[in-house]
Design a protein around this ligand. Sequence first.
Ligand code: M6R
Length: 594
Amino acid sequence: MCGIVGFIGHKHDAKDVVLNGLTKLEYRGYDSAGISLFNPKFRSFDIYKDFGRVAKLKELTKDAMISNVGIGHTRWATHGKVTKENAHPHYSQSKRFIIVHNGVIENHEELKAQYLANALFYSETDTEVIAQLIESFSETLSVENAILTTLKLLEGSYALLVIDTESPNTIFAAKNKSPLVLGQSEDGVTIASDLMALVGYSEKYIALADHTFVRCEADNVTMYNLNHEILPTSFLDIDLDEADADMGEYQHYMLKEIYEQPSVVRRIVQNYFEDGDIKISKQVLKDIKNSDRIYILAAGTSMHAGYVGKYILEELVEIPVEVHIASEFAYHTPLLTEKPFFLMISQSGETADLRACLMKTKKMNYKTLTVTNVKTSTLARESNYFLELFAGPEIAVASTKAYVAQIGVLAVLAYALSEQSFDLKKALTDVALSIEDFLSSQDVSSIVHKIITKRNCFYIGRTIDYYTALEAALKLKEISYIQTEGFAAGELKHGTIALIEEGTPVVALISNKEISSNTRSNLNEVIARGASTIKISMKKTSHKDDDIILKDVHPLLTPMVMVVPTQLFAYYAALERGLDIDKPRNLAKSVTVE
Ligand code: M6R
């Protein structure tokens, strides 16, 4: 949560680099935005900031002078209300030091009491403590040592950019837990929370490790550990394409990403299947096979993919699987079996709740595999193994194509672990075709009216459809703000059916042939109580009056297809309500705080 960008260079205007970067990082938080730019006329730094979006910041800075140095921030508020004062950049008491920060300083109250009792604070943020500490230590130490001394006191997470207004040709950076990547080119140095912000300005990048401190000048980057010892640098090529993050002909990223799903599934096939073989390291397969239980840890949508993964793994591999909410597991670990294996699922690879789990499992010396969309992410780098989703950048806060990709990759993993006679490559290709067929032939915008006119909505399903119901409900609530619950269809009658009244929308998901008549009975029970129903089924489970009938796919892969109409329901419900679909209120794409 929160995105930071800094630039120091020759050719580009820092304002352009930082604002373009912040626009791409806005998915990380969009409560407020700010920038500090060197003003060559007065040889000082100007700060522009306010609550609201980067678009507003662009307006605020439209007359700013061309500058070669700047740092910026887009905020997801953690400490302090959404106000101009709490927007970054923050400065020290004398305004000598200017900083932007992504993360949470957990001991900021203690640091304030111990070191800064007399300091004048300008904001309610935890971040400001960092600027104040640096200034206070700089009275007796060199600037670099003042920053290092400060860093050693900080508990929590930070990706940090610091400007010393007395040395305008340098940006200092530091990282612990929150992501930070540094890109370099002949034009200068760009440093940001995500690789996307570097695209167009750098050809090479380095993902900083925790406890790294960096001095960036236009032509020179020096990295240190917190003991001020120089670290080696080894850059990698940036292989992202700007077009990947472009909205193209679509009105919203979410819609584009929904429509990209068939090609995402095909990309998984291309990347994981080679000459009849599956490209997953033999070692990870061996480690999983040697375990007596797989523990899947994840949050939100990724956890719903985890439930489907459990279903597929147990079915194909016959190893028991447990799925746990990451934020719970991290602090209330269940009794583990003798030989557990941990599987983390995360689109971003940056989710702090999962990182807390990883720290814990590492401490216990257990092996971990992360399934993620971002190969440069913290979890990808810190786990023993990782599998890439190949979904391409997912910009909309509400996850769609990453969810489908997660199930696809988990299916590939399960398949590689098992001895199956069916052809998964073909089965996944059928999934791509089925999604494509639905997207090109059905218009759900008229059905969605049954949902949006109501204050609440229910999704119901049994077995594998229950997991789709959970995901469908999350999608609808997070972008349309309609209170929605996903229920195991058989569970409704044990209490929740009391909420059904005249016109309450209930969407039934019916893809499991063995149990479809039971789900239909549950549907009749709510119809008898006035519910307004929508039925989504596969061809083989369909009745002729079902609202949406999808082309059949392998029974274990139906969630990859069944979820697609529900994603569109959420999209059109939010559209009808005139809401900000790609950036729903209070949320952020990458949840880097616990
Ligand atoms: O990046 P992750 O997959 O680890 O993120 C987990 C959740 O925060 C995420 O899935 C969230 O629930 C999305 N808003 C869902 O659309």
